[in-house]
Design a protein around this ligand. Structure first.
Ligand code: ADP
Length: 253
């Protein structure tokens, strides 16, 4: 069976001033796959995730999302390239650690904003789909609440519903539970497990080892701007190949 490639990143380099944050990173994610990115703080995980949807433009390398390639080494900038980048961003939704929701909008308004303003769907259609998605993340009864009246876990689940409303090819998660108490984090992890079971393609930065063991098809371990190893979770957690990963896992235990 040939698998469809959802994201293909080749030779990504990124520096911030003197600091080389990504040094030749390659990552391929197939449709339906769940890839977990782990590694010490400052190793480049968030930068990699932001480069995958071109929120951050790599200095070199290329990013292909469902067959559309942005060559970041090319000096050519212009309308076509900007269109391509916009297209890639709408196909790759992102769920952040914080600041996911518009505070002045209800849960439902948050979910339907993108479909109406970016995808140009009729409001009635967006509302119907938005209600379905809120029900899907267990928040049908919160559709008219403002974020200030939702728990952290509920806010993250609204953020996930909002990401899904864009019908993305892939959802990128940047430590979606690290700001939450364990109990609230568990609700969010359960929602992500459900998405994985539905076959959603996901790239997830997380330190949640039990979750990664259960849900990840692959763990990519980053250190100092490189992916040092990519393994199935049972291999990575039981018998990592590199001393850096072994040391990291000892600290996490
Ligand atoms: P991680 O997610 O693994 O903690 P990050 O990708 O957030 O790592 O950061 C990698 C390094 O890049 C860190 O040293 C961080 O301080 C630096 N960095 C990240 N974003 C920026 C930025 N916009 N400007 C300058 N330095 C940055």
């Amino acid at each position: 069976m040939t698998r469809t490639v959802a994201i293909d990143a080749r030779g990504l380099h990124k520096r911030f001033g003197e600091l080389e944050v990504l040094r030749s990173v390659d990552l391929t994610v197939h449709s339906g796959e769940v890839v977990v990115i782990m590694g010490p703080s400052g190793s480049g995980k968030t930068t990699l995730l932001r480069c995958l949807n071109l929120l951050e433009e790599p200095d070199a390398g290329s990013v292909t999302v469902h067959g559309r390639t942005v060559d970041c080494s090319s000096a050519r900038h212009g309308r076509a390239r900007n269109r391509l980048i916009r297209d890639i961003r709408t196909r790759t939704a992102m769920v952040f650690q914080h600041l996911n929701l518009f505070p002045h909008m209800t849960a439902l308004e948050n979910v339907i904003e993108g479909p109406i303003s970016v995808r140009r769907l009729p409001r009635s259609y967006a509302v119907e789909a938005g209600e379905r998605l809120l029900a899907h993340v267990g928040l049908a009864d919160k559709r008219d609440e403002y974020p200030a009246r939702l728990s952290g876990g509920q806010k993250q689940r609204v953020a996930i519903a909002r990401a899904l409303a864009m019908e993305p090819e892939v959802i990128l998660f940047d430590e979606p539970t690290s700001a939450l108490d364990p109990e609230l984090g568990a609700e969010v992890l359960q929602t992500m497990k459900d998405l994985a079971a539905y076959g959603m393609t996901m790239v997830i930065i997380t330190h949640e080892i039990a979750f990664a063991r259960e849900v990840a098809d692959r763990v990519a371990f980053m250190d100092a701007g490189y992916i040092l190893e990519e393994q199935r979770p049972n291999v990575f957690f039981n018998n990592p190949a590199t001393p850096r990963a072994r040391a990291f896992l000892r600290l996490m235990a």
